[in-house]
Design a protein around this ligand. Structure first.
Ligand code: NAP
Ligand code: MG
Length: 405
């Protein structure tokens, strides 16, 4: 069989630990034999980030802006413990995901990969629920303080033009706590655009929720900006038969639990932090969760939602064959290849990505899975627990059959 051709390179961001090992296995077993793979390679492994003083992360984000599509392996975000583990580190480098997100001005969409034999904790969920979390401001960029005596707290804005605005926050008769939070209109606008764009790309309805009945100006601005931005996407939504739906956060929570799934739920920063953990846990497994970063102009970066699976890596280093789940990382590759195919008009490439995803589903539906999933399947399902390399070989044999057909 002739290999599938590509015209524009994918930006490939390599990473760390067990996922770096899986990265190469996935490429060798499932991609390189079938695709004449064109990538622009960036090594975001911790040591190379250190060697380049993190320039490689910035370069990879700029390349993503240039080409439009990237696929990323999980990476270590160093903390104190990592500084001891890697004494050669000259700085506690920032999270690569944070750096890339701020350069692309993107929003992260997290969606579960669902199979029949693993039922979500919420029984009526049939389709994935994708959470879009706004990643700027609110309580995450707030200042707070404690005061001990009776008094009044005010909030003052000083404009560069000399304009001043002051509000009384509250008069208190004893000790109190205070918090000052903000968001930027430009950031809310980018968030809205990324959400509408992703809804169009994935042909799903978009829900957005805030508490604008209480925070009339603050959350009211979020609602207003979404309404304004929607004007430019309305026609496309109508054409695709999808809808944009705004409701209060508490109403949204109730509707989400009663729903069948199959939509995107856009959340403010804090709501997204909390709700994404709830939704992903209810769907079953972090190893079956994909993550996509979408910029307002449609630039997209695909990855798995889980980390570098450190504990498995240390067992791997001792010579053990681990049963680490590669599904989310494979779906990062298929997401990126499919998108590249769509942008470049390469039907073969998009078809290949879909067949590879189907081969993953077929393998799982045949009861062949990694250890992490075995405990999650419905009672009575016959399963065979395999290590990562056996699992990839099983996927490959099903993929080969699908490609021959
Ligand atoms: P993690 O790598 O997601 O792993 C936590 C645990 O979840 C694992 O020990 C494993 O449980 C299970 N697990 C996760 N993915 C799995 C998979 N594909 N197959 C099987 N089991 C899986 O999170 P972490 O241990 O908190 O973080 C490790 C490193 O990853 C950190 O340095 C962190 O900075 C980084 N990280 C990176 C990203 C990213 O690049 N996007 C995201 C999160 C974390 P068992 O050990 O019980 O089998
Ligand atoms: Mg959280």
């Amino acid at each position: 069989m002739e290999k599938i051709k590509m015209t524009t390179p994918l930006v490939e961001m390599d990473g760390d630990e067990m996922t770096r090992i899986l990265w190469k296995m996935i490429k060798d077993e499932l991609i390189l034999p079938f695709v004449d793979l064109k990538t622009e390679y960036y090594d975001l492994g911790l040591l190379y980030r250190n060697e380049t003083r993190d320039q490689v992360t910035v370069d990879s984000a700029l390349a993503t802006k240039k080409y439009g599509v990237a696929v990323k392996c999980a990476t270590i975000t160093p903390n104190r413990q990592r500084m001891e583990e890697y004494p050669q580190l000259t700085e506690m480098w920032k999270s690569p995901n944070g750096t890339i997100r701020s350069i692309l001005d993107g929003t992260v969409f997290r969606a579960p990969i669902i199979i029949d034999s693993i039922k979500p904790a919420v029984r009526n969920w049939e389709k994935p629920i994708t959470i879009a979390r706004h990643a700027y401001g609110d309580v995450y960029k707030s200042v707070d303080m404690y005061t001990e005596e009776p008094g009044e707290c005010t909030m003052t804005f000083k404009g560069e033009s000399g304009v001043e605005k002051t509000l009384s926050v509250q008069k208190v008769d004893g000790p109190a706590v205070w918090q000052g939070a903000h968001n930027k209109e430009q950031s809310i606008r980018s968030f809205a655009r990324a959400c509408f764009q992703y809804a169009i790309d994935t042909k799903q309805d978009l829900w957005f929720s805030t508490k604008d009945t209480i925070a009339k100006v603050y959350d009211g601005q979020f609602k207003k900006v979404f309404e304004e931005e929607f004007e430019s996407y309305k026609a496309k939504f109508e054409e695709l038969g999808i809808t944009y739906f705004y409701t209060l956060i508490d109403d949204a929570v109730a509707r989400v639990i009663r729903s069948k799934g199959g939509y995107i739920w856009a959340c403010k920063n804090y709501d997204g932090d909390v709700m994404s953990d709830m939704v992903s846990t209810a769907f079953g497994s972090l190893a079956m969760m994909t993550s996509v970063l979408v910029a307002p102009d449609g630039t997209t970066e695909y990855e798995a939602a889980h980390g570098t699976v450190t504990r498995h890596y240390y067992r791997y280093l001792q010579g053990e064959e681990t049963s680490t789940n590669p599904i989310a990382t494979i779906f990062a590759w298929t997401g990126a290849l499919n998108k590249r195919g769509e942008l470049d008009g390469l039907t073969d490439l998009s078809d290949f990505a879909k067949k590879l995803e189907q081969a993953c589903f077929d393998t799982l539906n045949d009861g062949i899975m990694t250890k992490d999933l075995v405990g999650l399947v419905e009672k009575g399902t016959e399963v065979r627990s395999v290590n990562s390399s056996e699992f990839l070989r099983e996927i490959r044999s099903r993929l080969e059959k699908a490609l021959e057909a």
